[in-house]
Design a protein. Structure first.
Length: 92
């Protein structure tokens, strides 16, 4: 992982118009079937690994990776054998 801090991530997100920044922790093996969110999400994985599927595209994300999901876009989240933690900024 690089040396990004939660505070730096939150500051960057705020400068980009995101109004909420939270920590999300998911348990090992958790699968969240296709769903949407009423907000745009920008995230930074800080621990563990996950797979994010949007349409036909699957991303394997590990600590240090970033991802974004647009508002109202269906996606699936699957978490690795150690679960995952990421910081996520949200913007309606």
């Amino acid at each position: 992982m690089n040396d990004t801090t939660f505070e730096a991530f939150a500051q960057e997100a705020g400068a980009q118009g995101f109004d909420q920044v939270i920590v999300r922790e998911w348990p090992a093996g958790k699968v969240i079937e296709s769903h949407t969110h009423p907000f745009h999400a920008k995230a930074f994985v800080v621990q563990g690994e996950m797979w994010l599927t949007v349409g036909e595209r699957e991303q394997h994300l590990r600590a240090g990776d970033r991802f974004e999901v647009d508002k109202d876009v269906p996606h699936v989240e699957r978490y690795g054998p150690e679960g995952a933690t990421y910081w996520v900024a949200r913007r309606a």
